[in-house]
Design a protein around this ligand. Structure first.
Ligand code: MN
Length: 279
């Protein structure tokens, strides 16, 4: 098995290092990851700037770009032969519910899935103040061992084209894990927060984003699984079409424009299958 690993915390992040170590026991591991932390860059790709890469080892590159840049370069240039699985992580912190939209970790795995490879993102669910609370123990082994087991499963039983698995693992020893639950994306609550301050030249600047305040109690959601001690595994697809909203969209009856007929119906449709999505 050949595995490509990336992340958004940067190539030196302990989560990526541990995942690479554990994977190396059972696979040929390639690491192509950002040269610094690029968390919350979502699926950004550098189309209008040069990218530089430093080769740090026979199968390891640090790139001065986004997680998506790294996976794109790896799959289309650095790897001499395609990987069997693309993994992203282990992220320092959860990627649950609506947070997946901002996540560079999830996007790196998504890029792998978009190129037709089995892919999984893995995140360790740490307390929100984990940066300050350096003393808190990080149970990276729990997440690494689960990710490795999932990678093996994906290798033997690939998911449908375009699907990636989003894994979120409670920060506890493996023996204290409740098990693994299949989940849907939930909803993570954040305090909406803008701080305005003055820079040294007395111009205002803004700092956005508050603390996590909790999550909605959605049965079988990823948030609920992790909150009750289970590792969460959510299948995600790039197809963001809301198949339940066709009727409401047609009913918009946009003034001055004719709504052309469509054949979408009102039920979920099979995902589009481009040849690049399945290898
Ligand atoms: Mn991150």
């Amino acid at each position: 098995m050949r595995v490509l690993i990336s992340n958004d915390d940067g190539i030196r992040a302990p989560g990526l290092r541990r995942l690479a170590e554990v994977m190396a026991e059972r696979a040929e591991v390639w690491v192509v990851a950002p040269d610094r932390e690029r968390s919350a860059v979502s699926h950004a790709i550098s189309l209008h700037a040069p990218l530089r890469a430093e080769r740090l080892g026979e199968r390891e590159y640090a790139v001065d770009g986004t997680p998506t840049d790294c996976v794109y370069l790896a799959l289309n240039h650095f790897l001499p032969t395609p990987p069997d699985v693309v993994l992203s992580g282990i992220n320092r912190g959860a990627n649950l519910g609506n947070d997946v939209l901002y996540s560079g970790t999830v996007s790196a795995a998504m890029e792998g899935a978009l190129f037709g490879f089995p892919a999984a993102a893995v995140s360790l669910c740490l307390p929100d103040n984990h940066d300050e609370a350096g003393a808190a123990e990080h149970h990276l082994d729990t997440a690494a061992e689960l990710a490795a087991a999932v990678a093996t499963s994906l290798f033997e039983r690939p998911m449908p084209p375009g699907v990636l698995l989003n894994l979120n693992v409670p920060n506890r020893p493996r023996a204290q894990l409740g098990g693994v639950k299949v989940t849907r994306l939930g909803y993570t609550d954040w305090a909406d927060f803008v701080t305005e301050r003055a820079d040294p030249r007395n111009r205002p600047y803004y700092w956005i984003g508050g603390d996590r305040t909790g999550h909605d109690e959605i049965p079988d959601s990823d948030n609920n699984a992790v909150a009750t001690g289970f590792a969460s595994i959510t299948p995600i697809h790039y197809d963001l079409t809301d198949y339940r909203a066709f009727a409401a969209t047609r009913a918009l009856d946009i003034p001055g424009f004719t709504m052309a007929p469509d054949s979408l119906g009102d039920e979920p449709l099979p995902h589009p299958v481009h040849p690049r999505l399945s290898r």
